[in-house]
Design a protein around this ligand. Structure first.
Ligand code: GUN
Length: 297
């Protein structure tokens, strides 16, 4: 089959432009006497991935002119201690938005933690109030990864209307909200959506029918070249750490897409890294700006 030339969906460059837009709005807010938006992150333990993600979020806050605070707990923190900290942040008018980095240690009920966050400060969009509002298209905080993907599709003017989108993965954070957002009326949106997961028997057959594939299973290089229709749009959410002795830190990030095989068949494709990841972080910044607006304007 003839190879076609593909366009890389540059999340890094796109997020840099959005960060400039946010920084301009923050500067205008400061000039009118309003405080800088303030994001607080709670980090439990020392998981390498979580450390990296939280450090990126804090660094990005500085780049756009936000204030940020990092609250750390050790792995043996009790659920009660975490709930007390969340209550304190819910009541602190100086904290506009906050996140509890997941995953949490096994002895903590993650859902209980998520539901303790005031939905008005839930800039991760994980609280059932925000999830429910998102699913019926009401104003809310939307989970950052699917929101970032929507923004990437919008900025590249990819017409999704009437397209068949296959979402690989059914997580609460990515797969389910991604399917809902692509189902909404409008563009991006108006898709026919199929959600595949570990119990789907005919994934290859379904993928071959897809105009758009969002791969969010966390299985390195799951999507192969022979599973993709020529001209498909490919969004890779995977960021699994795989050992790599040639790297300084001993690992590299692997996407859920076998890029070398899939890219020559795609019309648009996200790289890993530099695709969905930076768009996720900038979406968290947009949610935090929105929280600050709602609490201060
Ligand atoms: N763990 C993986 N992704 C996320 C995210 O978007 N937010 C939080 N809080 N934890 C995560």
């Amino acid at each position: 089959m003839a190879e076609q030339s593909y366009t890389l969906l540059d999340g890094k460059g796109t997020s840099a432009r959005i960060k400039e837009e946010i920084a301009q709005e923050v500067a205008a807010r400061l000039a009118s006497g309003k405080p800088a938006p303030h994001l607080v992150a709670i980090l439990v333990g020392h998981d390498g991935g979580s450390e990296t993600y939280v450090a990126s979020k804090i660094k990005t806050c500085a780049e756009v002119g936000f204030r940020s605070s990092l609250i750390r707990f050790e792995d043996d923190v009790t659920q009660e201690q975490l709930l007390a900290e969340i209550k304190r942040l819910n009541e602190d008018p100086d904290a506009h938005g906050f996140i509890v980095q997941l995953p949490l240690p096994k002895h903590i009920d993650e859902q209980k933690i998520i539901e303790a966050v005031d939905p008005a400060k839930d800039v991760d969009g994980f609280h059932p109030i925000n999830v429910g509002r998102m699913s019926i298209g009401l104003p809310c905080f939307v989970s950052a990864t699917p929101q970032g993907i929507i923004e990437l599709l919008r900025r590249y003017e990819i017409d999704t209307r009437g397209k068949h989108c296959v979402v690989l993965g059914r997580s609460n954070i990515v797969g389910k909200p991604m399917a809902q957002l692509l189902l909404h009326k409008g563009n991006p949106g108006d898709c026919t959506v199929t959600v595949c997961h570990s119990r789907t028997p005919n994934i290859k057959e379904l993928c071959l029918q897809a105009d758009i594939i969002v791969a969010a299973l966390g299985v390195p290089e799951f999507l192969r070249g022979d599973m993709v229709k020529p001209g498909a749009v490919i969004i890779d959410v995977g960021t699994t750490r795989v050992p790599d002795a040639t790297k300084k830190n001993g690992f590299r990030l692997s996407g859920d897409v076998a890029f070398g095989e899939v890219a020559p068949k795609a019309s648009f494709i996200t790289p890993v890294p530099g695709g969905v990841g930076p768009m996720t972080i900038v979406s968290l910044m947009l949610n935090t700006l929105q929280a600050a607006r709602q609490q201060q304007d």
